[in-house]
Design a protein around this ligand. Structure first.
Ligand code: GLA
Length: 715
């Protein structure tokens, strides 16, 4: 992260440094729709005076109230949750930060980078607050550096990435909690005096119960298209914490950062602690706009290969589980070709010899091909895939180990486990200690060996099925509280090396479904697996939830046999709303269904640029009733794709036409149904103006019993 920041900085076009001499500076961080204003008080300390719609007259900024201290420290006169708690080498735990200077530079990518430097005048502790403002996307990326200028180590007890103060009449927090196969269930609560904390202590599989993003409606609950809403997320692939604290004056203080739980961090003399990015946007026109801000920003600036295309695929997991051999795989590659997808993805079960990976009880850690199953190794699979005309991708879970493995036998000291207690397991496995450079080497080696021996491998599915359990690092010795943080840093070191050596190999981030997803990981991964639950009805909710901050381009959606009673069209249509894949046995499918899937892949390939790179408008939420609809509009508004779903409607429900969004009112659009399977809309083939479609709308929903879906292409 730091490297990225500095390489961008190096290319800075403009630099203005305002020194302390300037009398009480007022510092603005702004985008088209968001402004943060900081002021220096008479006491020399920095305050956040404003967060809201940009004030266009600079002369007004001086009228703003002083506000609350911008990076609140422990031990001073404010009694609410601090952003920083440093225990100095003499064990004094206080810090009084005063404004030193600030600078504004324009990065090579056009974003404005503001750095505000604060320092204590009793102890040599310096804090640098960074804000990178993406004007057109209304996204602000912020993080903090804490520098220990003492000659001895200091201990950080609290080290937030960001503190935002928001002064509104009421606050409504939308969170996305869940569990395996039931991810991102949306719920909303009003916040009153006191604290609400969203956090995780799961380590590697950090987001299993709740991903690191939220929506905060201000004054009143925001809807999709109206209301003020702040949407934020932490870019950290480990324990995070958001604290929403409403103080005695009704001001909401939002602290975001690494979870300080069991993470006191010792900073050596001269060392800098860099916190992860907190990324946020503020929308005055509802949640939909905030989501689009994130999508556009991610595709342009953050997501790995954000502008590139994505491959459709056939995965063998649910088709075979651990039961396969070369012949079966070759057969599936042939099916992939017939289906028309770009790639065949080999899942779990291909490795281990002393303890072959024939179930999830053994073999993890031993990344050599199982001789019985794959006598001709990965090389043969690459060759066969090539002959069949598809690319070849492979599953790995390199951070993990089964106790029943050669790796565990050889290197028990590489494993996070307690030296003096009985081990307990999550999915029969343990996590390797990535704080240890030797383990980092091993994990890097898993990918490096596969790609060195088989440069044709075109894709990795990188899994992570266990949280950190049995917490003890043999490597960290007396610094056990560094483990949660150094684990993540170790992971980034490995991913940095992979990205540097193999910049063009796409990777999917998976974690037993979606136990792990954030915007730092997405610097390395082109996509993620939102849930093992591929029941299309559940996916309507799950994909909706994730689309609050992640573009559908990064969300993998596979057609499987979950909810196999539903028609294949419904399953394919739901999966086509994101990055389409299949994980199903075609040999078990009827001829008609298989033919339908083949056509659907062709249709998807045609629609893909609009779906994956267009603007997403979430028209009707599945949370609001028995129907759902989402549409995507190309950047030039010449094309759009509309998805509509009925989920067990009520008899004689009162249905209204659905008003489309994001179109050009003066353009004529021909409306054509895709993935047809009987039951076409009566208006299929008609032409309407954008104005009509957005003002009157179309009868997208029906009261037909069961599950019904439609896809419309607009041109
Ligand atoms: C996890 C993933 C699945 C599959 C299995 C393999 O559960 O989410 O998609 O890869 O691991 O063991």
């Amino acid at each position: 992260m730091t490297k990225r920041l500095f390489s961008i900085l190096a290319a800075a076009l403009l630099c203005t440094v305002c020194a302390v001499a300037q009398d009480k500076p007022v510092i603005k961080v702004e985008t088209t729709g968001v402004q943060l204003v900081f002021k220096v008080g008479d006491n020399g300390r920095l305050y956040q005076s404003y967060l809201g719609k940009p004030l266009t007259h600079d002369s007004d900024l001086h009228h703003l109230p002083r506000g609350i201290e911008a990076y609140l420290t422990h031990g001073m006169e404010d009694y609410f949750e601090p952003a920083l708690h440093v225990e100095h080498s003499d064990h004094n735990s206080t810090c009084e930060l005063k404004y030193q200077s600030h600078s504004v530079t324009t990065q090579a990518d056009g974003a404005q980078h503001t750095v505000i430097t604060l320092a204590d005048d009793v102890y040599p502790t310096t804090v640098k607050m960074h804000f990178i403002a993406y004007k057109d996307q209304d996204i602000i990326v912020t993080n903090t550096e804490i520098i220990n200028g003492e000659k001895k180590p200091v201990v950080l007890h609290k080290f937030a990435s960001s503190l935002l103060n928001i002064n509104r009449s009421r606050y409504f927090l939308t969170e996305y909690h869940g569990d395996w196969a039931a991810e991102v269930a949306m719920s909303e609560t009003e916040l009153n005096f006191g604290k609400k904390v969203l956090d995780t202590k799961l380590g590697s599989r950090a987001s299993m119960f709740i991903p690191s993003f939220f929506q905060l409606s201000l004054d009143a609950p925001a809807t999709e298209n109206a209301g003020n809403v702040l949407v934020g997320t932490l870019a950290w692939t480990g324990n995070y914490q958001f604290t929403f604290e409403v103080d005695n004056n009704g001001v909401l203080r939002l602290l975001s950062g690494i979870n300080p739980y069991f993470s006191e961090y010792t900073l050596k003399a001269g060392e800098t602690f860099t916190t992860p990015d907190f990324i946020f946007t503020l929308s005055d026109s509802g949640r939909g706009k905030a989501a689009r801000n994130f999508h556009n920003w991610a595709r342009n600036y953050r997501l790995k290969d954000g502008k590139g295309t994505r491959m459709t695929l056939l995965n063998n997991w649910e088709a075979t589980y651990f039961d396969f051999n070369e012949e079966k795989l070759a057969g599936l590659m042939g099916e992939a070709k017939k289906l028309g997808v770009d790639m065949f993805l080999l899942d779990d079960g291909w490795f281990g010899n002393k303890y072959p990976r024939s179930s999830d009880h053994q073999g993890l850690g031993d990344w050599d091909e199982t001789k019985d199953k794959l006598p001709n190794k990965i090389g043969y699979l690459c060759k066969t895939a090539k002959e069949k005309g598809v690319k070849f991708g492979i599953w790995i879970e390199p951070e993990m180990v089964n106790p029943k493995s050669e790796l565990y036998e050889k290197h028990p000291d590489w494993v996070i486990h307690l030296p003096n207690r009985k081990e307990y397991y999550f999915r029969n496995q343990l996590v390797l200690d990535l704080s240890n450079p030797k383990v980092q080497e091993h994990v890097f080696g898993v990918v490096d060996r596969i790609l060195t021996e088989n440069p044709e491998v075109a894709f990795f599915k990188w899994d992570c099925n266990s949280p950190i359990t049995n917490i003890w690092s043999n490597y960290l010795k007396d610094k056990q509280t560094h483990l949660y943080i150094d684990y993540v840093r170790g992971l980034y070191k490995v991913l940095d090396r992979i990205k540097a050596k193999y910049p063009n190999v796409p990777m999917m981030l998976c974690s037993g479904g979606s136990g792990r997803i954030d915007y730092e990981a997405l610097e390395y991964f082109t996509e993620f697996w939102p849930s093992d639950n591929t029941d299309p009805v559940e996916r309507l909710y799950i994909q909706w939830g994730y689309s609050s901050v992640y573009p559908v381009k990064a969300q993998c959606a596979h057609v499987t046999t979950w909810n196999k009673e539903s028609d294949i069209k419904f399953r394919v249509d739901v999966a086509s709303m994101a990055k389409l894949g299949f994980d199903i046995k075609f040999s078990d499918m009827s001829k008609d269904d298989a033919e339908f899937c083949r056509n659907a892949v062709t249709n998807y390939n045609r629609m893909k640029p609009v779906i994956l790179d267009g603007d997403q408008y979430r028209l009707v939420s599945p949370y609001e009733g028995r129907h759902a609809s989402t549409m995507f509009v190309s950047e030039d508004k010449s094309k759009a794709v509309v998805f509509a779903f009925d989920v067990n409607p009520r008899y004689r429900e009162h249905l209204l036409p659905v008003k489309l969004q994001g179109l050009d009112p003066n353009r004529q659009y021909k409306v054509k149904e895709t993935n047809e399977r009987g039951n076409n809309y009566w208006f299929n083939g008609r032409t309407y103006s954008g104005e009509y479609l957005m003002t009157v709308g179309l009868d997208l929903f029906s009261t037909r019993r069961g599950l019904t879906s439609h896809i419309l292409e607009l041109e």
